[in-house]
Design a protein around this ligand. Structure first.
Ligand code: PMP
Length: 415
């Protein structure tokens, strides 16, 4: 049975939520799995697994092009998923919802179809120093291609954006600001509403990388006012290979297509092709139909738990784990921002993060180790890597206790 807890009144029952996720019954190295790697990829609950299977069993065919019944069923499922996404982020129209592979593809789409044709020497793109590689490299490529310049607003030792510096760098030449809402390496929550307002006041458009935000906070694209908002399904309890680019219709409509092929055209001749309407103009080729169906089911699932209730539960676990970990001798927390979500990065003196990860795995505790696709963040802190525990809707206090015990054990092994 899928959990169906109301966010109002009912206590959050993480143990019950956990039972919705069959993979969490796995044993690893003889121990029940403690999964603390949801920031890299979350697990999928039964309603998502079932929705994907039902679609494949009952409705699969290619979308948009068929008159036969299954093609119409598949099209209805796919376009229904788009409407579900629109509602989830409160976009004005489904024309603003482009299905992509994930956050990376969404940002590359904006880089190539929005920035590249418009920007040139003298124009600036402003990012922050805590971005994931997916929100750095596509802009570097645009700078190489168009001659524009990449500016980087610094962070402080707590891993917070230095807002005065950000404001100083946000100038008349800034054409686009691209920042994460939540840092995957540090857990820092950025003041995105303020960033959007300040960037708009100076005439720049704003892209928010919401990969780490959508599973942990209600996102209202309309209220936020961002021009572009990118996220991935696989970090919010949906399958891999599906994600969303939200783009304000006015901007999306002014952009040339990015990839060419089937579905994105209205007419094709050897002399000239014409483009389909929004959003299909940006969806060349057969899309990830079952992924979109799974994403819609994941949104239903998250809302059935109550996003606010999930967020409150995760914040409690993060506070518990942070306090307990800080008491372990030799532990240094990396990323101690006043406002954080779901991510706990740390180092243990004398132990390489990968060795730590291996010892934790031997205890059945899955954490991520490495640079977390944020090498500049590691460089800033002068470390090669961290271990990172991240929390999802299914984690429990027992998970936190087992994690802390496993870190203690690692300390003994290397102590
Ligand atoms: N941005 C952030 C903040 C992320 O955490 C991630 C995934 N680690 C990405 C972008 C890239 O997402 P994806 O790999 O799903 O495209």
């Amino acid at each position: 049975m899928a959990a169906n807890l109301s966010s109002i009144g009912a206590p959050y029952d993480a143990a019950r939520v956990r039972r919705d996720f069959p993979i969490l019954a796995t044993h690893v190295n003889g121990h029940p799995l403690v999964y603390l790697d949801s920031a890299a990829s979350s697990q999928q609950p039964l309603p998502v697994l079932r929705a994907v299977e039902d679609y494949a069993r009952q409705s699969h065919a290619n979308v948009h092009r068929g008159v036969h019944a299954l093609s119409q069923a598949a099209t209805a499922a796919f376009e229904g998923a788009r409407e579900r996404v629109r509602r989830f982020i409160n976009a004005r129209s489904t024309r603003e919802i482009v299905f992509v592979r994930g956050t990376t593809e969404a940002i590359n789409l904006v880089a190539q179809a929005y920035a590249r044709p418009r920007f040139g020497p003298g124009d600036e793109i402003l990012i922050s120093a805590l971005e994931h590689h997916a929100n750095i490299v596509p802009w570097q490529m645009v700078c190489q291609q168009s001659g524009c310049t990449l500016k980087v607003a610094p962070i402080n030792r707590r891993g917070e954006l230095v807002y005065e510096e950000f404001e100083r760098l946000l100038g008349a030449r800034t054409r686009l600001v691209a920042v994460a809402q939540v840092s995957n390496a540090l857990g820092t929550v950025l003041p995105v509403a303020r960033i959007v307002a300040d960037a708009h006041a100076r005439g720049a458009v704003v892209l928010i990388d919401g990969a780490q935000a959508v599973p942990h906070a209600r996102v209202d694209a309309r209220a936020l006012g961002a021009d572009f908002y990118a996220f991935s399904g696989h970090k919010m309890y949906a399958p891999t290979g599906i994600g969303v680019l939200y783009a304000r219709e006015e901007l999306l409509g002014s952009m040339p297509p990015w990839q060419g092929g089937g579905d994105m055209i209205r007419t094709v001749s050897f002399e000239q092709s014409t483009w389909n309407d929004l959003p299909w103009r940006f969806e060349a080729g057969t899309p990830n139909i079952s992924g979109a169906v799974g994403l819609a089911a994941a949104m239903d699932y998250l809302e059935s738990l109550g996003i606010e209730a999930v967020a409150a539960h995760e914040s409690r676990l993060l506070a518990l784990a942070t306090a307990a970990l800080a008491r372990v001798p030799g532990v240094t927390l990396v990323g101690t921002a006043a406002h954080k979500a779901s991510v706990l990065s740390f180092t243990l003196a004398g132990v390489h993060a990968h060795d730590l990860g291996t010892i934790l795995d031997a205890e059945g505790v899955a954490v991520r180790t490495g640079h977390h696709c944020a090498m500049p963040v590691m460089t800033f802190f002068g470390i090669p890597a961290t271990a990172r525990a991240s929390f999802g809707c299914y984690n429990t206090e027992e998970d936190v206790a087992r994690f802390i015990a496993a870190v203690g054990k690692a300390r003994e092994v290397f102590g």
